[in-house]
Design a protein around this ligand. Sequence first.
Ligand code: HEM
Length: 141
Amino acid sequence: MSRWPYVFFAAACFYIMVGVCWGMYMGISHDTATAPGHAHLNLLGFVSLSIMGGFYALLGKETPNWLVTTNFALMNLGVCLLAPSLFLLLSQRVEVGKLVPFFMVGEFSILFGFLAFGAAVILGLRRAGGLSGLRFGFAAA
Ligand code: HEM
């Protein structure tokens, strides 16, 4: 059994801890200006990494190690750049111009992270026999 699913879920747990604290901070301070940052941290960091971990545990066990590593590294780099950048931007602590490089690298990391995940899914599909012979439609009741 690969340890990768555990690694994905461990990272997801870390991000949701930070995300929940961020949400609590917004609730206590009555300042929801940074809510989109909180949402992106939770959805990219927790939800997306959990789905990927679930995929590798159930369906993507044969995925080459380099592809899983790429997927994991790019997603984490993206989350670690985007979430703090959104916080700094939305709380108006730093002007947007200074954050552009962080957003650029973060966004492309996430994009290519999902691309790597998509490649793992396609590879798994091909291993499972591809689309040939797949039956679409509804069975009669
Ligand atoms: C104890 C846990 C959490 C707390 C205290 C919390 C708190 C908050 C608060 C105060 C807001 C702002 C609402 C407003 O604009 O009036 C918010 C928005 C949001 N939260 Fe959370 N949250 C929590 C967990 C989560 C989780 C687990 C997710 C997703 C996996 C999530 C996703 C979102 C989204 C999508 C928004 C809307 C963002 C927007 O309007 O731009 N939250 N949350």
